[in-house]
Design a protein around this ligand. Structure first.
Ligand code: NAD
Length: 362
């Protein structure tokens, strides 16, 4: 297959591109605007493959999108490009409306025109795979069952509302124009190459530099955590085996309160980088700290903060045989190890050098 993949320089996209290049024979064209969240260094290790091409560009640019469909002649689209950070959507929703809604519309429009021109054989195998989030379903109480594919949409943040809008557009292009789509809604991902503004990298990087670790409210919010490579494998299973027009929920079956998770990550760090051996900490900090969890500081809660997300992933398991391979403890150990071993990756992000590098000025 030739896969036109959007957002492949981001967290999930880069892990998915790596999986597709290393574990399959498909060709990938990675279209990414390289916003603050996109970093080509995240896919540097596979970028010399002759089955991989990178194009820097915006999904909101209809001429570019049309030219890529015409030239690359994809068999599938995997659409991950998005503005993805809830806090940023509260501070500045405009980019979320543009990329997540208008950008998705542009892709759908171009895909439909391209699809209409395919012969019957290529039409029957073409897929438009839209990658979305469980946040479109809103919030659960502690006793509710997990979100299923028929849970009504009830988004609360500008981010989740924009993703919900894009999901509706994708369904409409299937119902109205017959574009063969599949949609996946996934729970919180964690793992290598996650931008250091999201909870897990924030905890790791604040802790190893001896800074306070901010936790919203009392840390009682519950999320269902999935290792990013398991997500990549689930996406591939849906792309290749999912039924057209269907939605598949993807989850890790790993519900944890934020505070429990933060304490666990701090505990792994206590073991992998004991405070006494941490070269970043001065002697005063070392004597004050008994464990990294001492750095936890509760901060004012995010407005409209959803209490709990949980996924019922029984459909993808029974129809496609997918199950997460990584368990909670092993996945988080791997993740902490990766951040400790890949300082260069996050240091150039924290210093802002990654932006200069991609402009060719470093
Ligand atoms: P990310 O923010 O790490 O990466 C997004 C990528 O999209 C970046 O490389 C960015 O440069 C690119 N991009 C943004 N605007 C663009 C535009 N206009 N044109 C082209 N490229 C653009 O996000 P992520 O965490 O990897 O999430 C990927 C997708 O998965 C998103 O659609 C998100 O909604 C969804 N998702 C994420 C999670 C999660 O836990 N991270 C969970 C479920 C679903």
């Amino acid at each position: 297959m030739k896969i036109l993949l959007t957002g492949g320089a981001g967290f999930i996209g880069s892990n998915l591109v790596r999986f597709l290049i290393e574990d399959t024979d498909h060709e990938v064209l990675n279209l990414d605007k390289l916003t603050y969240a996109g970093n080509p260094i995240s896919v540097e290790d596979i970028s010399s493959s002759d089955r991989y091409e990178f194009v820097q560009g915006d999904i909101c640019d209809p001429d570019l999108i049309k030219s890529l469909f015409d030239r690359f002649q994809p068999d599938a689209v995997m659409h991950l490009a998005a503005e993805s950070h809830v806090d940023r959507s509260i501070d500045g929703p405009d980019a979320f409306i543009q990329t997540n809604i208008v950008g998705t519309f542009n892709l759908l429009h171009a895909a439909r025109v391209y699809f209409d021109g395919l012969d019957d054989a290529r039409k029957s195998s073409f897929r438009f795979h839209h990658i979305s989030t469980d946040e479109v379903y809103g919030s659960l109480t502690m006793d509710d069952p997990g979100f299923s594919e028929t849970t009504p949409y009830d988004p609360h943040s500008p981010y989740s509302a924009s993703k919900a809008s894009s999901d509706h557009l994708v369904r409409a292009w299937n119902d109205t124009y017959g574009l063969p789509v599949v949609i996946t809604n996934c729970s919180n991902n964690y793992g290598p190459y996650q931008f250091p503004e999201k909870l897990i990298p924030v905890v790791i990087l604040k802790a190893i530099s001896g800074q306070s670790i901010p936790v919203y409210g009392k840390g009682e919010n519950v999320r269902d955590w999935l290792y990013v490579t398991d997500h990549a494998k689930a996406l591939y299973a849906v792309l290749t085996g999912g039924r057209v027009g269907e939605t598949y929920n993807i989850g890790g079956n790993n519900e944890r309160q934020n505070i429990e998770l933060v304490r666990m990550v701090c505990g792994i760090l206590d073991e992998m980088l004991p405070i006494a051996d941490n070269p970043e900490l001065d002697d005063e900090t070392k004597t004050k700290l008994n464990e990294y969890a001492d750095l936890i500081t509760f901060v004012t809660d995010r407005p409209g903060h959803d209490l709990r997300y949980a996924i019922d992933a029984s459909k993808i398991e029974s129809e496609l045989g997918w199950k997460p391979e990584e368990d909670f403890a092993s996945g988080f150990r791997k993740t902490v190890r990766w951040y400790l071993d890949n300082r260069q990756w996050w240091e150039q992000i924290l210093s802002g050098d990654y932006k200069l590098q991609r402009q060719g000025t470093l």
